[in-house]
Design a protein around this ligand. Sequence first.
Ligand code: ATP
Length: 231
Amino acid sequence: MSAMKRPSTLDQNSSSEARVVQIYPRPAQDPATYCPLQVTHGDTVRAVIKNAILMLGLDSNQSYKLIEVRNSNTEERQLDYDDFPLDLVLLWPPETQKWHPKTDGYYFVLQQVDDGNDNSEEYNDLCNLTDVTEDRITDILSQRFYKLKIYTYTSNILIAINPNKFLPVYYNPKYVKMYENQPLGKLSPHIFAIAAAAFRNMLSSQTNQCIVISGESGSGKTESSSFWCIV
Ligand SMILES: Nc1ncnc2c1ncn2[C@@H]1O[C@H](COP(=O)(O)OP(=O)(O)OP(=O)(O)O)[C@@H](O)[C@H]1O
């Protein structure tokens, strides 16, 4: 979806309508990193991206896209390069138009676009990593997370990252069917695959099965257990 294009008859440089927008880079070492940028009516997404790259000191050889976030992550949409960010800001609630840190739920994300070296598919099992370092593991997990791939294997262990929003496609009943009778690791990592494997082992070995689920408070243990009930 693209924002409404501004008719050329309007005053495109009206500084009275300027707003300061907060732009958060993604991925970022520190989630609190952002740059404030003044945008006027004439500023396109392309121009805003260019300025944000400069201000944030990012690699200008990479490609980026601008994403509008509304309501604290529940609504994200990628903007076209010819869109006018100010038009969107003026549609936000008045109290969020002037100064809108991430905590207020209305902001922009500068998302780095894959440069063709994306390893997120190859590394759906971290056992495939040749250089196992903490940095490499978090890098792969964050690459996958930003593509909404919240599940990753480490052999028969499933790492799940809490998306903090419902991802309907993941828990569609069709997925349950798809993972039935499939060996663990054949399809993309998924919580249903773990349940299906445990079920199969129970039938073949005629013994009780146990799935250990661990993580810090709020990481999604209860939610994950409820998804198993679907299976
Ligand atoms: N897979 C998921 N999809 C969507 N939302 C999720 C998912 N996992 C967790 N959440 C969100 O995170 C919140 C916290 O998750 P959950 O209650 O499962 O954590 P927990 O690990 O059981 O925490 P605690 O140990 O404190 O009981 C949930 O209420 C839900 O909003």
